[in-house]
Ligand binder design. Structure first.
Ligand SMILES: [Zn+2]
Ligand SMILES: [Zn+2]
Length: 63
């Protein structure tokens, strides 16, 4: 199973090792990359949070 960092798009095979800074930033920011394919997602910030859409894997929301 492939997993990628949702902030920098780099490989993140064991639950985020090496991406501590990314995870900290993600507390405040929407994701930028799909965790399943590392494609850059289309991110929209909404009044209630954000949505992030991967063309292949669909839409994530902050809710
Ligand atoms: Zn990262
Ligand atoms: Zn994807």
């Amino acid at each position: 199973m492939e997993t990628y960092c949702d902030r920098c798009g780099g490989p993140s095979p064991d639950g985020g090792t090496g991406h501590e800074g990314c995870r900290a930033a993600r507390q405040l920011e929407p994701p930028r990359y799909c965790t399943r394919c590392a494609r850059r997602m289309v991110v929209q910030v909404t009044p209630r949070g954000w949505t992030a859409r991967c063309v292949e894997h669909g839409t994530l929301t902050s809710a």
